[in-house]
Design a protein around this ligand. Structure first.
Ligand code: URA
Length: 301
């Protein structure tokens, strides 16, 4: 082995060490005799070359030629990147790939077992099937009065909600509170939740997949609260619950029957503009005001 080859091995070992790639350090080929068929077979062997041994080699500042004879050397940057990419892939969630149908099934089974809001909250907090949970600070489950017959359902937590674990506690929440105050309702008289329990990064819209995995919990949530009126705040909540994808403008202002998924029961629902939308489109506040008066009428009936 010449100096160049020795250096290559040292460099490779260094790279393996720095990147925690002990398991791919050595690879060798061995010929095995398959006794049954009497055929020789070449198989690839990957040896777990312990960190201790490598460190020793470096400490002694010499490369043990007998041990390093079949160390897999790296001859280029792209070679190194390839090895790293493979390692990352092996470590990543792709290895643990679970189909979305299975995740939804798990969510359904978990939600089904819940007999009260407390159990449902625990089940949602323990559920790992929604990717948003990995980067969220808190699970945002509910606020307000669980005995209320008015259930308000929004889209997803934003930054403030994520930090405090309370739905609608940021700027849009202040406007929502003001809208309900106008008809003499506050959080002691209504119950508030969202169709998504974790903050989507950058407050982006939740994906169909995220909505689908949360849906079994949302449906169970409605079943357990058993409201007389569901107020759907904005288009995402509307389409997630009612399956309607038209603009809110055409759907708001009237009662739409919502059929509960697990029990044979219909509930009145009413779609309103999302307060974030009203903050951007203040010309729509007049219609929103009329909608709140309509809600007041429905409640008093
Ligand atoms: N927007 C929502 O739809 N829900 C929240 O909880 C906060 C902002």
């Amino acid at each position: 082995m010449n100096i160049n080859e020795k250096q290559k091995i040292k460099r490779s070992l260094n790279f393996y060490l720095e990147n925690g790639l002990n398991e791919v350090i050595m690879s060798s080929k061995k010929t095995l005799k398959n006794k049954k068929n009497n055929i020789s077979q070449e198989i690839s062997i990957k040896t777990n070359f312990e960190q201790k041994k490598i460190t020793k080699i470096f400490d002694e500042n010499k490369v043990d030629l007998s041990k390093s004879a079949n160390i897999k050397t790296i001859s280029s940057s792209s070679d190194a990147i390839g090895i790293l990419a493979k390692k990352n892939l092996e470590d990543s969630d792709i290895k643990k790939f679970i189909p979305i149908s299975k995740i939804i099934e798990d969510a359904k089974n978990s939600a089904k077992k819940c007999n009260n809001i407390f159990e449902l909250k625990k089940a949602v907090e323990n559920f790992d099937g929604c990717n948003l949970k990995k980067i969220a600070t808190n699970t945002v489950f509910c606020d307000g009065n669980p005995d209320s017959k008015i259930m308000v359902i929004g889209e997803a937590p934003g930054n403030h909600e994520d930090l405090q674990g309370i739905p609608f506690c940021g700027e849009s929440g202040k406007l929502l509170d003001a809208m309900f105050q106008a008809i003499d309702l506050d959080r002691s008289k209504i119950y508030i939740t969202n169709v998504i329990f974790w903050r989507p990064p950058g407050n982006r819209k939740p994906t169909e997949e995220e909505l689908s995995v949360c849906k079994p919990f949302v449906e169970k949530h409605i079943e357990l609260i058993n409201p007389k009126l569901i107020i759907l705040v904005g288009s995402t909540a509307m389409s997630a619950i009612l399956g309607i994808s038209d603009p809110v403008t055409g759907i708001r202002g009237k009662i739409i029957k919502y059929r509960m998924s697990n029990i044979d029961k219909e509930v009145d629902s009413f779609v309103i503009f999302h307060p974030s939308y009203l903050m951007r489109q203040s010309s729509k506040k007049r219609i929103a005001w009329r909608d709140m008066l309509e809600i007041e009428k429905i409640i008093k009936q």
